[in-house]
Each structure stands twice: as structure tokens, then as C-alpha cells.
Design a protein around this ligand. Sequence first.
Ligand code: DAH
Length: 359
Amino acid sequence: MAPFVQSNGASILEDLFIILHSQNMKEQLIKIQKQAEREIDSISSLEGLETFRIQYLGKKGHVTSALKKLGELPPEERPEIGEMANSVKAEISLMLERAKNRLKSGEIKKEYIDITLQGRAPARGRLHPIDIVNREICDIFVKMGYRIVQGPNVELDYYNFEALNFPKDHPARDMQDTFYVSEGVVLRTHTSPMQVRVMEKQQPPVGIIAPGKVYRSDSDVSHTPMFHQVEGLLVDKGITFGDLKGTLTGFVHQMFGKDVALRFRPSFFPFTEPSAEVDIQCVICHGKGCRTCGNSGWIEILGAGMVDPAVYGFVNYDPEIYSGFAFGMGIERVAMLKYGIDDIQLFFRNDMRFLRQFY
Ligand code: DAH
């Protein structure tokens, strides 16, 4: 039977075949892409990926075969199906690329982890040289029976000056370049205020040392705006200048060695009477004279004296019954002498090459 013929000469069956055929190809292409998506994730080697590539994009691969069939479609259908086939091809190429990267980074990771290598130990924190020396100083006095106390860095003018017998507008206040916080409040310029804070809370006997930070508006090779001091105070019945000399001599001998001589020079501090500055024989040249000691053979390490009765007046101690001594030293200064360091700024630069030397 002759097929039904349309006016343009093409048979309806032929049309139907074309429609079905192009429909079919779209479905085919979608199927190819879906199948590729399913397969790609389970591929675990570069060889597997190559097989996959050949299967889909190779000369006889699924996508290539589909593209070849384009020719069987009528010209007007070709652009749409062709575009779709190309996008499937691009999509699969992208999958391949991603899978390749995934496998490669996995391989790199595999190379990275060598479980036979020793682990890297995390860097261990150590004490700063100032802490080392501070502990050493405190240990010596704790063994002599002193108690460690600490107090505020932001201090009242009353404790920093007034109760230490620095009257207002007294020139002695100029001995220390003070940072003022507000009216009546300063950054403590020394640890001496701890003497008053302790004495106003307890009656003698009192034996304390007070380590901590102090602040002065000053900066050069031997001064930093913040540095550390240790204050000492001993008050009881019958304490004499001889006790002060014995205590400080014992300290210096433990800190610097038994042969190091001490020298007490008369001096002035508002809160001690008599006052002294204590020098030790230069630890660099052993008293012969060098650059560090300015050729004198001696180096100053602390201030000291017998507590001035005026101070007892502020804390209600009876100077007829009690007497005592006080001393104060810079920790950086002790550390510099102990380790032969000529620039105080080194302590605060955080240069590991410097700090590591104290491990
Ligand atoms: N506070 C003084 C200063 O920083 C040091 C000092 C001198 C402390 C004599 C004392 C002392 O306890 O008796 O310069």
C-alpha cells in the first residue's frame, strides 16, 4: 500500500520518524551525561579516568557516536541537538578535570604524610631573663624568711610619694620622672610604696620583698620607660644598720659569688635615714677598672637605708620601739651585671637570638 503522501512530497511516517529520532537523541544525550555523573565519583585511579575518557569522549565513545548521528537528522534539527551534544561533551570534560584534580591532590597528601618521620615538637615557652633573675633574687630572700608581696602598678600619689616622706612640691620628686595618670594618681616610679601598704596593714615584725614593674619617663641604653625592681623591708625591735649590711652582703654573695666585695656609700632618699647606695666590685674586671664600671672598679646595684621615722608616722609604728631597714634594686641592672649585658633595651626587643641564650 502506497504511503499517505503530503503535498510537499514527504510522507507523514518520515516526519514521525524524524520527530522520534531527535527526541530519542535528546534522551540519549541526557542519559549519557547522567551515567557519566554516576560513574565518575567511584573512579579511584588516573588509569580508571583514562578508560572513562575513552569510553565517553574517545573516537568511538558515547558522545562522539551521538555527534556522528547528527548527520542523520534533518538540517533544521541539527543546531539544537548539536549544541546539546557539545554541552554534554563540555560537561564530561569538566568532570574529568575535577576528578583528575581530586586524585592528584589525594596523591600529594599521600606523599605528605610519612608516618615513619619523627613528629615536630611544638616550641616550648621559657622564662624571660628578667623572670629568671627575679626568681633568683626572690628565692634568696625567701630562704632568709622574707614574704613576697605584690601591689598595684597604677598607684596613688600618697603611697608613691607622700607617705614615703616626699612632701608635695618637694624637689626630691624630681629624682624620678613620673608618668601622671590623673590628679593624685601615678604609674608607680618605684616599688617602695609597698613598704607603706604593708606596714599600714600589720604591726611588726614585718619582713617582705616586693618585686614588680615600675615606670619612669626615661629611655636610653641604661633606661627603659618600664623596668623592674625588688623592694625589701624588715622592721622589728632592735634592727640595726649592721643587719642591713649583713643581709645585703649575704644576698650579693649568693647572687654574684662569695669573693665579690660590697661598698656602702652615703646617699639620700626621703624615706630612709641614714641612706646608702650600695656598690659591688665590678664583676667584669673584678675591681681593676673597665668601661662598664667607668674605671672605678665599682658598680652601683641598689639603694638602701634605715626606715625614716617620718614614714613610721604614716603607718602608726612607734619609732621608739621599732626600727628597720629597706632596700630597693633594679632587676634589669642585676641581670645586666650577672650576664654581662651592656644595653637594657635588649630585654624588651623580643629578639629570639638574645632570649635563647638564657635557656
Ligand atoms: N626607691 C628607690 C628608687 O627607686 C630605691 C630605694 C632606695 C629603695 C632606698 C629603698 C631604699 O627601699 O631604702 O630609686
